[in-house]
Design a protein around this ligand. Sequence first.
Ligand code: ATP
Ligand code: MG
Length: 313
Amino acid sequence: MDEVIAIGLTKRFDDLTAVDHIDLNVPEGSIYGLLGPNGAGKSTTLRLLCTLLRPDEGTASVGGFDIIESPVKIREITGVLPEEGNHTLYQTLSSYENLEYFGKLYDIPEDEIPSRIEELLSFMGLWERKDDPAGELSTGNRQRLALCRALLHRPKVLLLDEPTSALDPIAAKRVRELILSLAEKYKQTFFINSHNLAEVQRICDSIAIIDEGKILLSGNTKELRSRLQASQSYRIRVANDLEGALLVAKSMDFVKSVDKEVDSITVTIEDPDSNNSFLMQSLLSKGIKIIEFAEEEATLEDLYLDVIKGGAE
Ligand SMILES: Nc1ncnc2c1ncn2[C@@H]1O[C@H](COP(=O)(O)OP(=O)(O)OP(=O)(O)O)[C@@H](O)[C@H]1O
Ligand SMILES: [Mg+2]
């Protein structure tokens, strides 16, 4: 069953169409990443799904409940991390008291609340901060606490807006691992907004790319990654004759673009698995000393360019 479904979902703010007829399907127990630049419409989509906003057109359901007809049901079965996660916290209550309060609100059995709170706070590295008022936590720790709050009642569906944006790399990794294990063990479904392609590639089963309110491309992560890797950029650092390296690279028809930097050239190569070694041999045969031949990390921009060049779908 699909836990999150949207059909033609649309939201306008005056003249601006922030979410423009989007369709999406998120199967139970899967992790879905909505990826896009600032202002693309990610948070608006999430606010529609968690019933904080009403759509102007289209429909959506979460856990089988319609977002217009059953908002209360949806709030019961979802855990939400809004964009401003700390707005869901009471600033003067301690970390522990915040979770205790929400635990009661969500009707978690009284005797289970303390163990769940300890488990989550410990996992997020916040146990030692349990008595600190939420308003005095650092931004990253507030984000961790807001995540604990979203997870506390073990909701079927998690709607998370940029869950790791304020976290240090170790905390971000722990959160990613937690999401993966919850989706697998308890079949919890995750809908995650992000502008971090590397992160989304690592954990999401499927990805949609949104820009100016429209979904430009969506699909299974593996398929999208292979599409992205159909051409790949490399940085070639040389010890001598940078101009010569540039000429050699430009003469190859599988090299789609070449940029010159101080001691290196950056080339975009079509079908790198077949063509890289040929380029390297050609450079060496011209007496060019290669110090480094390194894959550039694929960025969201590369994926956009790829999508736009290939014709948006
Ligand atoms: N309440 C609002 N009133 C008017 N315009 C809004 C409102 N909320 C969002 N918008 C506009 O809708 C568009 C989409 O915003 P949204 O917050 O959904 O983007 P986003 O993809 O989450 O961006 P970011 O990565 O910066 O968080 C933007 O142009 C934004 O200015
Ligand atoms: Mg946003």
